[in-house]
Design a protein around this ligand. Structure first.
Ligand code: PMT
Length: 400
């Protein structure tokens, strides 16, 4: 989901990580959220309000008094926004919120807020581990405030440990999770993603162009909407979406074993992975030396995992969704797969298009159903495609 129409208040407190809040605001604006920024006075020592005004396109507030405005923003901002994100949240600010202190605009706004609150602590590792900070965070969690664990790594004070503000992309994913409709709670999804790799010898293998983006978008969106998600992926290098149970495999045979083991416990299986249909008949134990001009590889068929799931399917669950990656006769080929593999829906994509299919961030798909219905989706982000697919899977699950 993108954040169009969502009102997000970003609170910035006085830690060195305040500079990263600028990138968070930029990312939120790019997602079409309406962003307002409030700062503590100390935060203005690290980054100027002008920076946030320029990035958000809205006035920034850091003073409780002395402003020409009578709009009671300290009340309105916390009650008319969809979410309040405090990033970074210093130990001092966490202590104030935990103790109900309201001695500046940001803490006062928070005390009167009715919107959900996400705190992103960032500080020196010893400060973060300090018992009083831990106790303050425990108190806030008890009151329903969401707190995002800081990342591990080198801190601004050169110490190593947990205390880094998470990357803006990770914070954005957390915000989307908090804002997404939880309409898939109680559902269990199995999603496959990425390529498989079929070894030729210890150095070489056969694979394909799948980046994993489509499958990861599906897993992320399902998780954000409250589902329990198992993600089985070939090697992609992508960061698994927060909260998913992630399994990395290499070969089609490994993927098959895991998928056939997990699928029966799931409500829906969505197979976005680009599974190699063939593998070398034998895998050389040593690196093949280039000698003769010609090298012939004998390839044998890999099992068709989705077709095996189709054969196993006795009743309406799991709902089975496959993809069809085609370069010609898209509908005819996709319909053939829908029937041959006993699917409930097939997502057909023309992978010869430069803006769809492998690697890119967008996709243009046709959703084809067992009852003959076809839904053509315009080109959109893989994240939006994922949510459209999930909407249809939800409808299929509810129909049975
Ligand atoms: O990963 P990205 O870079 O984001 O690219 C996305 C994608 C192009 C990989 C994705 O949108 C897509 O089309 N995935 C399916 C690719 C594929 O293998 O399509 P296919 O038509 O060859 O296979 C049909 C279906 O059977 C697929 O659901 C596939 O997972 C499944 N299959 C195929 C072969 C096999 N041996 N076992 C299978 O389960």
């Amino acid at each position: 989901m993108n954040l169009k129409g969502k009102k997000v208040v970003v609170g910035v407190t006085g830690g060195i990580a305040a500079y990263k809040a600028a990138e968070l605001v930029r990312v939120l604006v790019r997602e079409e959220a309406e962003v307002k920024v409030a700062m503590t006075r100390n935060a203005t020592e690290f980054v100027t309000p002008l920076t946030f005004q320029a990035l958000s396109g809205n006035p920034v507030i850091w003073e409780m008094f002395g402003r020409e405005s009578g709009d009671m923003e300290h009340i309105a901002w916390g009650q008319q926004s969809d979410i309040i994100v405090i990033a970074p949240a210093t130990a001092n600010f966490i202590g104030k919120v935990a103790s109900g202190i309201a001695d500046d605009f940001l803490s006062t706004m928070l005390l009167a807020a009715t919107a959900p609150v996400l705190l992103c602590p960032a500080m020196n590792v010893k400060m973060y581990e300090n018992q009083v900070v831990q106790e303050n965070m425990a108190r806030l969690r008890k009151r329903g405030i969401e707190i995002m664990e800081p990342s591990e790594g080198q801190l601004a004070c050169r110490a190593e440990g947990r205390g880094r503000l998470p990357d803006p992309g990770a914070i954005l994913e957390h915000i989307k999770s908090m804002l997404a409709p939880k309409d898939l709670v109680g559902c269990k999804f199995l999603v496959t993603a990425g390529p498989t790799i079929e070894p030729i010898d210890p150095v070489r293998f056969i694979t394909n162009h799948s980046s994993g983006k489509m499958g990861f978008a599906l897993a992320r969106a399902a998780r954000q909407r409250g589902a329990e998600v198992i993600l089985v992926s070939g090697p992609t290098g992508l960061v698994p979406p927060e909260g998913t149970r992630f399994f990395e495999v290499r070969t089609a045979l490994e993927m098959k074993d895991l998928v056939l083991q997990k699928a029966p416990q799931c409500d829906a299986v969505i197979k976005a992975a680009a599974v190699s249909d063939y593998r070398p008949k034998s895998q050389a134990q040593q690196k093949l030396k280039k000698g003769k001009q010609k090298l012939t590889l004998d390839l044998v068929r890999n099992p068709d995992i989705l077709a095996e799931l189709g054969k196993m399917k006795q009743g309406p669950r799991p709902v089975l969704v496959g993809f069809a990656a085609e370069t010609q006769d898209l509908l005819a080929n996709a319909k053939k797969k829908l029937k041959a593999k006993n699917l409930d829906m097939v997502v057909a994509n023309d992978v010869s298009r430069p803006d769809a299919g492998f690697q890119v961030d967008t996709n243009a798909v046709k959703l084809i159903f067992k009852d003959g219905r076809i839904e053509e989706l315009p080109l959109m982000s893989k994240e939006e495609v994922a949510n459209q697919i999930l909407d249809q899977v939800k409808a299929l699950m509810e129909a049975v």
